[in-house]
Design a protein around this ligand. Structure first.
Ligand SMILES: [Zn+2]
Length: 216
């Protein structure tokens, strides 16, 4: 299960890992916002629609079918009871073994709030508390935080995505409204190549912080 503040964060942060595990695993991607603020050309509503469609195309490339759009306002994501309850309910409904999300060290406010919501929702989803939530308690074993624009200060876990780098870039290039002006697919390739060299695990590597691990 993946929690992303915006459509494309999922691909940038862990698209290679998702391509690697998509066969045989069921994956759900939850988008906290639909990224409506990412353009001065389109209205927020129009851009949000375009970006949801781009997210569907990118997920098709990665063979992921289950997408959830929570449609919070882009740039103004709140740590709120509503959002927390929605995340707790989703975690209990989908029962993930592993969750990928943003790092608390990220420089973007929506990314950091997503991290806070997800880490708190994982904790609360595991217990029989909070009468306003639904579903049976569910304990997620592993929570990994991915890197977007700011490289993680400490890497605890790395995934060799060498064989899936082409798929990751193909998925990323479905986000046409975003890479038209800034070729960040090239930055992402550079970051994953750097992680490959730095860790020695493979040519292209995705790096993660371990937020929580219960079983090894
Ligand atoms: Zn983002």
């Amino acid at each position: 299960m993946v929690f992303a503040a915006h459509p494309d964060d999922d691909v940038i942060g862990c698209g290679g890992s998702l391509a690697k595990y998509a066969n045989g695993s069921s994956i759900t991607v939850v988008y906290m916002t639909s990224g409506g603020a990412g353009s001065l050309t389109y209205s927020k509503e129009k851009l949000a629609k375009i970006r949801e469609e781009e997210a569907r195309k990118a997920s098709d490339v990665l063979k992921i079918k289950d997408l959830v759009f929570l449609r919070n306002p882009d740039g103004y994501l709140q740590y709120s009871q509503d959002n927390l309850v929605r995340l707790i309910n989703l975690i209990r409904q989908k029962q993930p073994n592993t969750i990928y999300t943003h790092s608390s060290n990220d420089t973007h406010a929506d990314h950091r709030i997503t991290n806070q919501l997800v880490t708190q929702a994982v904790f609360r989803a595991a217990g029989p508390w909070f009468q306003e939530t639904k579903g049976k308690p569910w304990r997620t074993d592993t929570v990994l935080a991915y890197e977007i624009w700011a490289p993680l200060p400490a890497v605890h876990y790395s995934e060799d995505i060498t064989q899936f780098m082409d798929k990751k870039l193909e998925a990323l290039r479905q986000h046409k409204s975003q890479i038209r002006d800034i070729r960040y697919d090239e930055w992402v390739e550079g970051l994953n190549r750097y992680r490959g060299g730095a860790t020695g695990v493979g040519k292209y590597v995705e790096a993660f912080e371990v937020v929580k691990i219960s079983r090894i």
